[in-house]
Ligand binder design. Structure first.
Ligand SMILES: Cc1ncc(C[n+]2csc(CCOP(=O)(O)OP(=O)(O)O)c2C)c(N)n1
Ligand SMILES: [Mg+2]
Length: 562
């Protein structure tokens, strides 16, 4: 406690503070903060997950953070710092509270060509909310508190702290220090700022007046834990709900008011509904390029209202008819409490139209979703996951084609299921799934990735085995990065040369065999009917599992409509 300072070394204080914040795992490549690791062993139960690369350590911390809402911690010594910074980029894009510790320059020796050293701090600038150096050991407590405070507050995001010394040897020094921990900042959200009553009324009036409104729920809804309030309001007012990719678990896909993910990696239903709406209400959304199909869905000029915790987000991309500043859960609860009981009726025709669009989509995609083709159509994997993933599962999805397949074709069935996804970096999902499973060991974690995505951090199979972190990874293995195919078709003026395939295909690989050799359970699937039994076996295995699904290199995910 403040005022109860004791003379201690930095490592003891840091280990105690991390434990005090409820940190259960840290992800790193040594050697950084070595004495802190020794103190963690002596004083705490924190698992020190030693990985095969700093980027995957950052992705594990990111998956941990997104699955649990608690800051994820990753670390690197000075030479690994930029590898770690590269890994923060997805956390930055997804507003995920990741805290990175690195070793850094000592004022006594900087500019003297010290082994492995450069000035890393500027490289963290574009991927962090707070990027700071600790040069005096006595500053560890207040800087660590600030790191947790910034990572979790407002729109959450990554933080970097550089500890003096190539390996952060600052932790060996002694000073009078408190080890105060602020519980509030151990998770997202630390605060629930209430909206102004007049703003709520203005937004609600517009929603109630609208005949064809739609809500677009973004990552802010999941950060706020506002899914129940969102669904309650949508049901009360009979308003369909689209989501961003980051907000996909705000409403189960099978809910009659859910129209799917809108934007670029999307479902046709969502884009059609948003483009026919007379009012779009964004909640906790950046209104960025992916969610709006680069501002074509909806078109600029469509009446828009917005609810966000960040005042700078309000009106950034669409002129607003009304805006509400506040925590999503708090705002939605207020709106629900004040919602009328009559206006829902006038949206019957709209809801009928939405139901028709939903039914048309399922009918159109049924052959693909239930395809018996061999090699397997990846849509069938999405369908099998929708049907068979347990009610309390966390589904972790890579980007590119994986984002298109799962974003568009996968349905959450329950509000108790979660969905997290790469914000753009190929290769994120497999290590993020390890982090998610570390954070939530009692929940099933199922990763969906392409083979190109899986190759990136494949060495981490060994980490999962060594640490008994039993995520299940489903690899859509088509032997190449086939999302790139369309782009290269265009680059070659329509038809690629045979040699062009060297730009986006790989040697064939049986990832199940490879996983077995690394100590995991490997299951190879070549027939669609074997997907569900493989998943069942994997979830019961009590080991890390790789399900290698042989898929069709020519199968392409549906593209966005505008
Ligand atoms: C770090 C990074 N580099 C490059 C890309 C571009 N990219 C998007 S999808 C893709 C290929 C994906 O291949 P795979 O994971 O096998 O999925 P498939 O398209 O074959 O279904 C690439 C290279 C990216 N998203 N991220
Ligand atoms: Mg592939």
């Amino acid at each position: 406690m403040l005022g109860h300072n004791a003379k201690r070394i930095g490592a003891e204080v840091l280990a105690d503070m991390l434990a005090g914040y409820g940190v259960t795992h840290v992800f790193m490549v040594p050697a950084v903060l070595r004495r802190t690791f020794a103190e963690m062993e002596r004083r705490t139960k924190i698992a020190r997950v030693h990985c095969h690369g700093e980027k995957s350590a950052a992705y594990m911390a990111d998956g941990y953070a997104r699955a649990s809402g608690k800051p994820g911690i990753c670390m690197a010594q000075v030479i690994g710092a930029l590898n770690l910074a590269a890994g923060l980029r997805d956390a930055w894009l997804a507003h995920s509270p990741v805290i990175a510790f690195t070793g850094g320059r000592d004022p006594k020796t900087k500019f003297r060509k010290v082994y492995q050293e450069i000035d890393d701090v500027p490289a963290f600038e574009p991927v962090t909310k707070f990027n700071a150096t600790i040069d005096d050991v006595a500053r560890i407590p207040d800087m660590v508190r600030q790191a947790f405070r910034v990572a979790t507050s407002g729109t959450p995001g990554p933080v970097h702290l550089q500890f003096r010394g190539n390996e952060g040897q600052l932790d060996l020094e002694e000073a009078e220090m408190d080890g105060l921990v602020e519980d509030q900042f151990a998770h997202v959200p630390p605060f629930r700022p209430e909206p102004e009553a007049a703003q709520v009324k203005a937004a609600l009036d517009l929603l109630q007046k609208a005949e064809r409104p739609v809500i677009v729920a973004g990552g802010g809804v999941r950060a706020s834990g506002a899914a129940a309030e969102l669904v309650a309001l949508a049901e009360a007012l009979q308003i369909p709900v689209a989501t961003s990719l980051n907000g996909k678990d705000s409403i189960p896909g099978i809910h009659p008011l859910a129209v799917g993910v809108v934007g670029s990696y999307s479902r046709e239903t969502a884009n059609r509904v948003v483009n026919r709406a007379d009012l779009v209400c964004y909640i906790g959304s950046e209104t960025g390029g992916m969610t709006t199909h680069f501002w074509a869905v909806p078109k600029i000029g469509t009446p828009v209202i917005q609810i966000d915790i960040d005042p700078e987000a309000l009106g950034r991309n669409y002129p607003l008819q009304a805006s509400v500043l506040g925590d999503a859960k708090a705002v939605l609860a207020r709106m629900y409490a004040q919602a009328d009981n009559v206006s829902a009726k006038k949206r019957q025709a709209w809801i009928g139209e939405v139901a028709k669009l939903r039914a048309e989509w399922y009918a159109k995609h049924k052959p693909m979703l239930e395809s018996d083709a061999v090699p397997i159509n990846p849509a069938r994997i999405c369908h099998e996951l929708s049907e068979n993933v347990p009610d309390d599962a966390i589904v972790v999805v890579d980007t590119g084609h994986a984002g298109m397949w799962m974003g568009g074709l996968y349905d959450l069935r329950k509000s108790t299921q979660n969905y997290i996804r790469s914000a753009g970096h190929l290769g994120w999902a497999f290590p993020a799934g390890i982090g998610a499973k570390a954070a939530c060991p009692d929940r099933p974690v199922v990763v969906f990735t392409g083979d190109a995505g899986f190759w990136y951090h494949i060495a981490e199979i060994e980490t999962a085995v060594r640490w008994k972190i039993n995520s299940v990874t489903v690899v859509n293995n088509n032997g190449g990065g086939n999302q790139s195919k369309r782009g290269f078709d265009r680059a070659y003026g329509g038809t690629q040369t045979e040699q062009a395939r060297e730009l986006w295909t790989y040697n064939k690989m049986n990832f199940a065999k490879l996983a077995e050799d690394m100590g995991a359970l490997g299951i190879r699937v070549e027939k669609p009917a074997d997907i569900a039994p493989a998943l069942k076996r994997a979830l019961a295995a009590g080991r890390p599992v790789v399900i290698d699904v042989a898929t069709d290199l020519d199968a392409l995910a549906p593209t966005a409509v505008s």
